[in-house]
Design a protein around this ligand. Sequence first.
Ligand code: NHR
Length: 181
Amino acid sequence: MVTLARSMTDDHPARPCLVLANDARAGGLEKAAAMGIPTAVVDHRPFGKDRAAFEAELTRVLEAHSPDILCLAGFMRVLTEGFVTRWRGRMLNIHPSLLPKYRGLHTHARAIEAGDLEAGCTVHEVTAELDGGPILGQARVPVLPGDTPETLAARVLEQEHRLYPMVLRRFAAGERGRIDL
Ligand code: NHR
């Protein structure tokens, strides 16, 4: 999130207008505030199993800031079809695997367990199909002997910080073609 926010300067076609978290303890909130970006929290827990009610509140807060594009960055709540439809073609996510491999959670452990020689990250459009939307970019890294989920995650994260800003800049300029790093 911080890397994306920092990237949006000078001739970049976008600017950060809100950092929104579902957990008041999220470290990114203070960092965003220090950068002068408005922040907000919508805690999902009071809504229990009512995802639509949680999302109605997310929408209310989002609309107050009129965003053109939403970038998920470590956002861990599955979004319902209603929310996704409203933001169709305007919402991105970065996922720590070479999709379509390893949708969902624990991607690095699964790649190591499978004996994969390569791992990476994917920026995709968010659709109702979890981690299944159109792919906008991927970056690859080697899986090295002795890797743990933590060492592999750190290697992938470096690439996440390269890939996501590049894809966002292109996306904000209207380019939907795929890039591979
Ligand atoms: N929502 C939709 N509709 N489509 C996608 O592609 C989405 C999404 C919401 C989040 C991010 C994704 C990831 O990068 C993302 C993509 C959380 C879960 C999950 O199972 C799955 C995928 C992603 C994020 N969340 C649990 C839930 O019940 C909670 C898990 C937890 O809190 O640890 O929402 O990986």
